[in-house]
Design a protein around this ligand. Sequence first.
Ligand SMILES: [Ca+2]
Length: 496
Amino acid sequence: LTRRRFLGLHFTGGLALGVSAGAQRRPSTSSRPNVLMLIADDLNTWTGLQHPGSAALTPHLNRLGQSGVVFRNAYCASPLCNPSRSSTLTGIAPWKSGVYDNGHWWKPALPNTLTMPMFWRSHGYHAAGAGKVFHHTAGFNPPSQWDEFHPFAFDDPWDRPAENYPQVPRTQTPPDIPLNGIKPMHHEFDWGSLPKSEQEYGDARTVRWAQQFLSQQRAQPFFLTVGLFRPHLPWYVPPEYFEATAGDSFAPPRPPDDLDDLPKAGRQMAAAGARDYNSAHQAGKWKEAVAAYRASIRYADELFGRVLQALADSPHAANTIVVFWSDNGFHLGEKQRFHKSTLWERASRVPLVITAPGVKPAVVDTPVSLLDVYPTLAALCGLQTPQGLDGEDRTSILRNPKQLGGKPAITNFQPGNYAVSDTRWRYIRYRDGGEELYDLGADPAEWKNLAGQPAQRQRIAQMAKWIPTTEAPPVPGKSAYRFDPVTYSWELKPSP
Ligand SMILES: [Ca+2]
């Protein structure tokens, strides 16, 4: 036995002995499992967890799925970084908090809310984070949330203006940017390999820090969150990942008439993400863009694999819950657009895996929400779920994976726009009353909007009942505040 292994056995064995043997760890926390939360950014369902055609991209996530519970029908509460992450990490739905957009700071809106790291800290855990956990622009990651936090290093500091990224050093844009050759370049829309070693990529740095963290023996249980920026744009990854996916010619089918049966609000939502898609298309590089996104998935998987290997090699392997999720999905041409911020499956259905000591591997089709992560992890740790959370404790599904939930999953984007997802049907209703209904059993890509069919009125009425009947008004936007990144405080400007 190596020393590390020995410590691992000692730690595990100490759980039962902790109280009677007078171990140094506090009895109230010594038997708690650790939590390792892994977060991907803009990773859609193109992993082996939900899409067999993508299994080769994600060997490490596939293995994680085989050792835990894969939620095939998991949905974000909002298909955009900040409202998704803020709602998952606070447990408060966007329509309750009013945090609907990336311009909505959650902390001044919810000053007394116990976020996930704060909740676990309040129960004696050491809360550590690395990379992108809360949204990555200034004002979303208060240092008060963490015992320790390792910040994310951007691969494109030249594209990070001071007002949003005061912590990023100002640099000149290198002359060969954009690497994809598509000009004029719009913010972040680029892909290629940067002239630096793999170890210097921002996500690789995040992962090295996490590996180091996991290798250490600890007196307290930990709540460790590791958030990668990939496969978020720009798709800058080392060349070996482009090479690894070069033979992967996967591209999503795009019927030319796909938008014809959408209501006006749906067509507007499609159009809002069309610019970069059109520019890639006009440059003859749509498939190259798809391949670059997939190379970024391949790299993210490799990095998550390193963290999981570090856990397996650590003293904590037998007593750590692992949860993996992505904040939202991503369009690669479906609905003739790129990006997120839609209520279709491509942007709102996400990967979600939970592994925990004593929980048997399973695949679950019951729809769940990322809002369920917080109460479910709390219950798995034996902690009283905080009051006022909008998600549900799903540990009963972990114990009985065939159990069908009674409720569909709700996804919101901006006030008044909602999607309702059950195991087979998806209903979308926009603020102006526009509707879509899809039979995912027959039409998983949501090409045929059935909402106009009289035979579907009853189904629509049943599904519409799940849409919140009251919603919080949007919180004040960034322009309403003076934010000080040094003291991490907000002051409402006087109304004009
Ligand atoms: Ca995102």
